[in-house]
Design a binder for this molecule. Structure first.
Ligand code: WTA
Length: 674
């Protein structure tokens, strides 16, 4: 039920136009013409969008391709993201408009939220200025430095981020579900001098002591000079390291209330933020995003994909620790001056209708969530949804992983009452913005359960075979982007070579001036030109939509004293899409036991975080390998998904066929026994 199992089961020929969208519907061919027109001159096309933003200085060149694939957008242009998100909105008359509606997790005995805060654009602007002042004048924050954030979703975080970018610094937000070890690795790579956290956070009625995790991480990070601590849950026994740790309230206490900090004039290609994400090695990649291209890309997609109007209320369930949180739960909503909701806690606390009660309470019109969440709510049943009036919704999109048609139909019926624009928006941490989706703000092409639809205007995507030829409709291949786009990553922090190798080597032909961005996704196109992304083509898992590299899990496992070798593969899961399972060879002196299995699972939790915990650990005496010594993950994967061996042997060293078969049978028996 979770993942998309076969192409032939996809509903290529189902066309759905929600009744209330009939007057905004456009035929597929008309949309294709809009896209073709936009691609005739992408620089001209994107310049027209950029003109709608407010720049301190206009760009000299729309796209600098002088050093590909290090493309730069709007070079010569100067702007500031905090200015665009706050000052510019106030200039447009939104001073007293509510920007952020925040709801804390705790509830009273009737299940009603105890804490709700509504912050206007003016509230955010004032607070941002005060923090910007404190960061610069009291902590000496400099343009270009990277501040690391490890925080719950609370309003202080929003203004801290806006203050950071106001004075020209950049942020690296680490998801609060990551472990101390994972946090330390990211702080070290970013060489952060300042880390921001909270005393604790609420999760499903319990308190997680975040500051303790930061203390443990910072021990390993010599660059860290200051830790700012926001008081969220009011713990009274928080250790504050003298000279290093400072309460957020103390940092602000002597800052004048109406201080104004002029936004830094940033170059378009300066760094707005770094966000770490998993790839195929053990080391996460620091994806670097610019300001100008990102701002333009966000502005466009907010209008086109979310069709944002001034009276919309946006609820995006993504945590700020992921790119979806950065782009469409902070900067995107602010840059178009809308009202958006941050909910701090768990979706099923105190009951599985928390999100539906939020949608009802605030009259949410645009809801953005993940297929995993949809499948979780399917399990809880329709009654939880039916209890609430969700009739304000007009757009409900998903992101993060393929949505199986069954889950799409469920939410289209139960959340959308078959009357919303409902798109599976495809993009990546690296793309910064949504690149493939329906675009109701331009015109709604027919919906199909589970499709990603077509690229947005100004972006060219295709599905290629191994040789770089376009795949005909119905044939699976690799998803690529054929044009640079605003919002694209600039590079990988401190590793430009890896940037070129990972994204631009597979299909590009530099000698012909041809640069093709490789996404690492499998996809198929249908006869209408709709793209259906099928999943990752590399060793990266999507666990509940969270991106985790198997190499990271393996490198965590082999750091355990009992483990000699480890191989991790993804196993399809009805709710989470996929879950990691580990195959482990033990060192001399250790023997398999349920206790050791438990210990290894906990070890991975501790090393990376709860989201990475293997669902199962199998103890094996050896891992199947090619003659050249490479672990045959495809074989292990075939065993796990119950696929026949036939498909694999051809992919591997042919001389080892017999050994491969033997290894397959052995593993299969092991897995079946469990
Ligand atoms: C997957 C998330 C199918 C894809 C914004 C991609 C999707 C990876 C979709 C990036 C979708 C994201 N349909 N697959 N609508 N959206 N993906 O960096 O495999 O966390 O490569 O960014 O998520 O994950 P990331």
């Amino acid at each position: 039920m979770g993942s998309i199992s076969s192409i032939s089961s996809l509903p290529f020929d189902e066309y759905i136009i929600p009744p209330s969208w009939r007057d905004r519907a456009i035929p597929i061919d008309d949309y294709k013409r809009i896209c073709e027109e936009s691609l005739r001159n992408i620089e001209e096309f994107w310049a027209k969008v950029a003109e709608q933003l407010k720049w301190f200085k206009k760009w000299d060149r729309v796209l600098d391709s002088s050093n590909p694939p290090f493309f730069k957008w709007f070079v010569g242009g100067e702007l500031n993201m905090s200015y665009l998100c706050l000052d510019w909105q106030i200039e447009q008359g939104r001073k007293n408009k509510v920007a952020l509606i925040w709801e804390g997790e705790p509830v009273d005995e009737r299940g009603e939220p105890i804490e709700v805060r509504k912050l206007t654009y003016y509230d955010l602007w004032r607070e941002t200025n005060r923090i910007a002042y404190a960061l610069r004048e009291k902590l000496g924050v400099k343009k270009g430095e990277i501040i690391t954030f490890y925080c719950p979703m609370i309003p202080e975080l929003a203004t801290l981020l806006l203050a950071t970018v106001r004075i020209g610094a950049a942020h690296s937000i680490v998801f609060s579900g990551f472990s101390a070890q994972a946090l330390a690795e990211r702080i070290k790579d970013a060489e952060s001098r300042i880390v921001v956290t909270a005393d604790g956070m609420y999760r499903r009625g319990r308190i997680l002591r975040l500051k303790e995790i930061v203390d443990e991480a910072v021990k390993q990070c010599p660059t860290v000079e200051k830790v700012i601590v926001i008081r969220r849950v009011g713990l009274t026994d928080v250790h504050m390291e003298p000279g290093r740790d400072i309460w957020y309230s103390d940092l602000l206490s002597d800052v004048p209330r109406n201080v104004y900090v002029e936004p830094e004039r940033m170059r378009s290609e300066d760094t707005l933020f770094v966000l770490y994400t998993s790839g195929t090695t053990g080391k996460p990649k620091g994806i670097v995003h610019d300001i100008g291209g990102y701002a333009v890309g966000l502005y466009a997609t907010m209008k086109w994909v979310f069709d944002v109007r001034d009276d919309d209320i946006i609820f995006n369930s993504a945590d700020i620790g992921w790119i979806t949180g950065h782009s469409y739960n902070l900067y995107g909503p602010l840059i178009v001056g809308s009202t958006f909701i941050w909910y701090e806690g768990a979706p099923d606390y105190p009951a599985p209708d928390r999100w539906w009660s939020i949608i009802e309470r605030y009259g949410v019109t645009i809801f953005y969530t993940s297929p995993t969440a949809v499948r979780m709510f399917m399990r809880y049943g329709e009654d939880w949804v039916r209890k609430h009036d969700l009739s304000t919704l007009r757009i409900v999109h998903t992101v993060g992983e393929p949505i199986n048609p069954e889950a799409w139909r469920w939410y289209f019926r139960n959340l959308c009452r078959e009357n919303c624009a409902a798109s599976s928006t495809w993009w990546m941490t690296e793309t910064g913005i949504i690149l493939i989706s329906h675009v109701p703000g331009i015109g709604l092409t027919p919906l199909k359960p589970g499709t990603n639809a077509m690229p947005i205007p100004g972006v060219e995507a295709d599905v290629l075979d191994e040789d770089g030829n376009s795949c005909p409709p119905g044939v699976k291949g690799y998803l690529v982007i054929k044009t640079p786009w605003p919002g694209m990553l600039l590079t990988i922090l401190k590793d430009p070579e890896r940037y070129v190798k990972t994204y631009w080597s597979k299909f590009s032909k530099p000698d012909q001036g041809l640069w093709i961005f490789y996404t690492s996704d499998y996809a198929v196109k249908d006869k209408d030109g709709y793209i259906w992304v099928l999943g990752r083509a590399d060793e990266v898992l999507k666990v509940a939509g969270h991106r985790i590299g198997t190499a990271e899990l393996e490198s965590a496992l082999i750091q355990h004293p009992a483990v000699a070798e480890a191989a991790v593969v993804g196993k399809p899961d009805p709710v989470k899409g996929e879950v990691p399972v580990a195959f482990v060879v033990l060192r001399e002196g250790y023997s398999p036991s349920p206790e050791l299995e438990k210990e290894l699972k906990e070890w991975v939790r501790k090393m990376i975080g709860p989201l990475a915990e293997p669902a199962e650990v199998y103890f094996v005496t050896k891992l199947p390998k090619t003659r050249s010594g490479k672990i045959m993950r495809r074989l292990i994967k075939a065993v796990i998904v119950g696929a026949p061996l036939g498909d694999i042997t051809t992919l591997e060293d042919a001389s080892a066929v017999e050994e491969v078969k033997k290894a397959y049978e052995e593993l299969r028996r092991l897995v079946e026994r469990k």
